[in-house]
Design a protein around this ligand. Structure first.
Ligand SMILES: Cc1cc2nc3c(=O)[nH]c(=O)nc-3n(C[C@H](O)[C@H](O)[C@H](O)COP(=O)(O)OP(=O)(O)OC[C@H]3O[C@@H](n4cnc5c(N)ncnc54)[C@H](O)[C@@H]3O)c2cc1C
Length: 393
């Protein structure tokens, strides 16, 4: 005998739990099916264990999607302030780190606890360690065969996330189901991910692993100013993670190593004020010394400032502000925070997240072709899209 519910949510992550508790609060009977041994694993590991749960400045411009308008309605109807109200109701202390990013003071476990408490209060049933073997039906009647038996529901919500961090339970299951029900899936790619270097670039920087400094990274019309970190395999840090979502192999990626400065004016001033100082010493005052040293060994010839003519200073300034970073690739899904691409939004309703092909089928969270910047935007999309579906399922 199959057990029946009004709503079945596949995936007990951020979006799935928000959808489940919202639907449960409306009196719907809800089952969450999670194949991992516990729910909310990515929430637990997020934000270095403190969960950057939202960003107070969230707007549609902070997201990548083939349809940039798609996220607008859900984001407008469930805002960062709504989630903060929930966090405060549960007495969870938080702080702003920078740029509107809100983190728990203590632990991301508190966010999972909060979602589970809300689910319990709303009568949501959660089954972990439950794998879906087959989904049949459609148009308002779904049958799921799982390792825990057969379940049926009139609404089916796919909240199974993207492909990043497979060791945490990520799977391509949502894309498979989308295709089963006639939806297009746009090509997926690792996003918010460290970039790898090869060849000369790699050889010249490898032993500087751990060196970090502010840069402005630019690619395909987008720029991010924040720290860059040199790693054993290439580069990482917030500016690189952000720009990685806009970079494709072969694309030009430029770094401004002196963001906010006019390098040519600054170099001229240095030549005037410290004419006997070598370029490497001068650069070592504004960049990490080891990196400045390496720049002068491998890229610029260092000599006393007074010996540079105007043309040489201009060339150095241009290189400092438009330093071409030749990335060979990304570290891939193993370390990526998100997956770009996913279920094509053209065949989903932006107000309810429901399929336009099949009644009662919903897609929410990261499985959809909506990907946020680094900084709490991805969770805000998970909460907002989960809430939008939870109000109508
Ligand atoms: C290391 C790391 C740190 C991050 N930090 C932040 C941060 O601080 N702030 C931020 O905004 N974003 C952060 N993110 C991104 C954020 O975690 C995701 O965007 C968000 O979790 C997406 O929510 P979701 O519910 O769509 O998917 P998920 O949270 O990934 O949940 C999907 C769930 O579905 C389950 N599932 C998958 N396949 C199946 C299946 N076949 N059957 C049943 N269940 C299945 C998975 O096990 C998982 O529990 C981080 C990501 C990573 C990897």
């Amino acid at each position: 005998m199959a057990e029946s519910f009004d709503v079945i949510v596949i995936g007990g992550g951020a979006a799935g739990l928000m959808c489940a508790l919202t639907a449960g609060q409306r009196g719907r009977s809800v089952l969450v099916v999670e194949h991992a041994n516990r729910v909310g694993k990515k929430i637990l590991m997020s934000g270095g264990g403190r969960c950057n749960f939202t960003n107070t400045g969230t707007g549609p411009g902070n997201f990548l999607s083939a349809n940039p308008h798609y996220c607008k309605s859900a984001l407008a109807r469930y805002t960062p302030a709504d989630f903060i109200t929930l966090v405060e109701k549960h007495g969870i202390a938080y702080h702003e780190k920078e740029l509107g990013q809100l983190f728990c003071d203590e632990s991301s476990k508190q966010i999972v606890r909060m979602l589970l408490d809300e689910c319990a209060a709303a009568g949501v049933r959660i089954e972990t360690g439950c794998s879906v073997e087959r989904v049949a039906g459609g148009d308002g009647g779904y049958v799921l065969d799982t390792t825990l038996g057969r379940f049926t529901a009139s609404s089916l919500v796919i909240a199974s996330g993207g492909l990043s961090i497979p060791s945490m339970g990520a799977s391509g299951f949502g894309y498979q189901l989308a295709r089963q029900f006639g939806h297009d899936v746009l090509p997926t790619q690792a996003g918010l991910v460290p970039l790898t270097l090869s060849g000369t670039h790699s050889q010249r920087l490898q032993d500087l692993s751990g060196v970090s400094f502010p840069v402005e990274a630019s690619c395909n019309g987008q720029s991010f100013r924040n720290f860059m970190l040199i790693t054993h395999r290439g580069v990482s840090g917030p500016s690189i993670l952000q720009i990685s979502s806009y970079w494709r192999p072969g694309d030009e990626l430029l770094l401004d190593l002196l963001p906010g400065e006019d390098a040519q004016v600054w170099l001229r001033e240095q030549r005037q004020a410290r004419s006997a100082a070598e370029l490497r010493t001068v650069l070592g005052d504004v960049l990490p010394k080891r990196f400045a040293q390496r720049l002068c060994e491998a890229w610029f010839a260092s000599k006393p400032m007074r010996q540079y003519d105007e043309r040489e200073l201009r060339d150095i300034a241009t290189q400092l502000q438009q330093w071409p970073l030749v990335a060979s690739g990304t570290e891939g899904y193993r370390t990526a925070e998100v997956t770009l691409g996913g279920v094509d939004t053209r065949t989903l309703s932006s107000s309810t997240m429901e399929s336009r092909h099949v009644r009662g089928l919903y897609f929410i969270g990261e499985v959809v072709d909506v990907t946020g910047w680094l900084g709490g935007y991805n969770f805000q999309w998970a909460w907002a899209s989960g809430h939008a579906a939870g109000e109508v399922v």
